[in-house]
Design a protein around this ligand. Structure first.
Ligand code: IPM
Ligand code: SF4
Length: 411
C-alpha cells in the first residue's frame, strides 16, 4: 500500500510506517512562538520544571502581532519574551522583521520534509515547501521546548488536483477561497490537504504559501505541496532523496479527492462573516467600500504587492477609501522599494505601514467601525476581527483588492 505525503513525512521522522488514526511521537525539527503566546509558554515551561531548552537552535521567537505596541499591556509580552530568551539562550529572536509565517520560510528556518509546530493556527503555511507544520497551544509548546517531541494522530488526506492554466486575473487566493467554499469551513477538519496538478506546479512558492496558509480555514491539520526545483531555490537547498520522494503514491489511500480545471476559476470573495461564504466578484459588483487592506501572512508578499501595483499604476485610490498596504516582512518591504513598487503604491494614495500582522487581527493600523466595509487580502473575515462586530469584511486577492480601492466599490 502506498503512502500520502503526510504519511511519508511521519514515516521518515519516526522510522515507522503509519496509517491514518495511528498515534505517532515525532521529533520536532523547528518551533515558532510569537509575541501573543510567549508569556504563557514561558510560564508553563517553568511550571513543568524544565531547566533548559531541548535545542536552542530549533526555537524561533517572533514579535509580530503586537509590533509596534498599540495597547499598554503589549510591551509586557516583549519584556517577558526578552527575559525568557536571555535566560534560556535563545538564538533566533525577531523583534520587528515581519510576520512569523513569512519569516519561518523566508529566513530559512523550515526545510522540505521537516516537522514544525507553532503557536499559531496558520502554521499550516510551511506546507508550501513540503513541510508538515501545524498550530498548537502554549502548553504543548512548553512541552516541546523541554522534550523536543510531540504526539500527533496521523491525519487522513484529502487530495486536491488542479490542472491547466489559471485565467489572467485569478490568483492562488481565488483558488483556495473556491476550495474553502466547496469543502466548507469544517470540511477538512483534522485532515491533511495534499495539492497536486500542473496548475500547482506552475505556481510560485509564494502563491502556494497563500493556499497552505488558508488550509486551516477548512479545519485542516496541515497542507502539503511536493517540493520541486522552485522550492529548492526558495529554501536554498539541494533536494535529497527523501525530499524528492514527497509526492503522494498512486496507490496511496485518500479519504477524498477533489479535481478542478484551472480555466474554470474566476475572481471570488469570502463574504461577511464566514470564510466559506464564497461568491464570484461579478455577483457582488457595485457594493460600496470604505477601506482596502493588502497584507498579512496570506497575501503580503512581493508578488502580491507587485500585483496590486500593476492595477494601481497610473491610477488613484477613490477619494473616500483608505488603502492600507502592509508588507509581510522587512525584506519584502525593502525589495518593494528597490523595485519601485512602493513608489507606485504611494503615488496611487496608499498608506504603507511597517511589516507585521497589523490590521489583519485588528491590533494596529486601521480598525473600522459600525457599518463600514473593508475588502481585505488576509485569511479571516470573522465578526469583530478588524474593528467592531458591525464591520463587514470581504476577503479577496490582492488584484481584486487593488481594483476595488480604485473603484471605491467592489469590482
Ligand atoms: C493570535 C493567534 C493566536 C491567531 C492564530 O492562531 O491564528 C492569529 O494569528 C490569527 O490569525 O487569528
Ligand atoms: S498576519 Fe494575520 S493571520 Fe497571519 S499570523 Fe498575523 S494575525 Fe494571524
Amino acid at each position: 500500500m502506498g503512502e500520502t505525503v503526510i504519511e511519508k513525512i511521519i514515516h521518515h521522522n519516526t522510522g515507522k510506517k503509519v496509517k491514518p488514526g495511528d498515534i505517532a511521537t515525532v521529533s520536532v525539527d523547528r518551533v515558532m512562538i510569537h509575541d501573543i503566546f510567549i508569556p504563557f509558554v514561558a510560564e508553563k515551561f517553568e511550571e513543568m520544571g524544565f531547566q533548559k531548552l531541548w535545542d536552542p537552535d530549533k526555537v524561533v521567537l517572533i514579535y509580530d502581532h503586537l509590533v509596534p505596541a498599540s495597547q499598554l499591556d503589549d510591551t509586557r509580552h516583549f519584556h517577558t519574551g526578552d527575559a525568557f530568551a536571555e535566560k534560556y539562550g535563545m538564538i533566533h529572536v525577531h523583534r520587528s522583521d515581519g510576520i512569523c509565517h513569512q519569516l519561518m520560510t523566508e529566513a530559512g528556518y523550515v526545510k522540505p520534509g521537516d516537522v514544525v509546530f507553532g503557536t499559531d493556527s496558520h502554521t499550516t503555511t510551511y506546507g508550501c515547501v513540503g513541510a508538515f507544520s501545524s498550530g498548537i497551544g502554549y502548553t504543548e509548546m512548553a512541552s516541546i521546548l523541554g522534550t523536543g517531541s510531540m504526539w500527533i494522530r496521523v491525519p487522513e488526506t484529502i487530495k486536491v488536483v488542479i490542472n491547466g492554466k489559471l485565467p489572467e486575473n485569478v490568483m492562488s487566493k481565488d483558488v483556495i477561497l473556491r476550495l474553502l467554499g466547496d469543502l466548507g469551513a469544517d470540511g477538512a477538519t483534522y485532515r491533511a490537504l495534499e495539492f497536486t496538478g500542473s496548475t500547482v506546479e506552475e505556481m510560485s512558492v509564494s502563491s502556494r504559501m497563500t493556499m497552505a496558509n488558508m488550509a486551516v480555514e477548512a479545519g485542516a491539520k496541515c497542507a502539503l505541496f511536493t517540493p520541486d526545483e522552485k522550492t529548492a531555490e526558495y529554501c536554498n537547498v539541494t533536494l535529497n532523496d527523501y525530499q524528492k520522494s514527497l509526492v503522494g503514491d498512486e496507490d496511496a489511500s485518500y479519504c477524498k479527492t477533489v479535481v478542478y480545471k484551472a480555466e474554470d476559476f474566476v475572481p471570488v470573495m469570502a463574504c461577511p462573516s464566514q470564510v466559506d461564504k464564497i461568491r464570484n466578484v461579478s455577483e457582488l459588483s457595485g457594493i460600496p467600500i470604505d477601506q482596502v487592506f493588502i497584507g498579512s501572512c496570506t497575501n503580503g508578499r512581493l508578488e502580491d504587492l507587485q500585483a496590486a501595483a500593476e492595477v494601481l499604476k497610473g491610477r488613484k485610490v477613490a477619494d473616500y477609501v483608505k488603502l492600507i498596504v502592509t508588507p509581510a516582512s522587512r525584506k519584502i518591504y525593502r525589495q518593494a522599494i528597490e523595485l519601485g513598487i512602493m513608489d507606485v503604491l504611494a503615488e496611487a494614495g496608499a498608506i504603507i505601514t511597517h511589516p507585521g500582522c497589523g490590521l489583519c487581527c485588528g491590533r494596529t493600523g486601521g480598525i473600522l467601525t459600525d457599518g463600514e466595509r473593508v475588502v481585505a487580502t488576509n485569511n479571516r473575515n470573522f465578526l469583530g476581527r478588524m474593528g467592531t462586530s458591525k464591520v463587514e469584511i470581504y476577503l479577496a486577492s490582492p488584484k481584486t483588492a487593488a481594483a476595488c480601492a480604485v473603484a471605491g466599490k467592489i469590482v
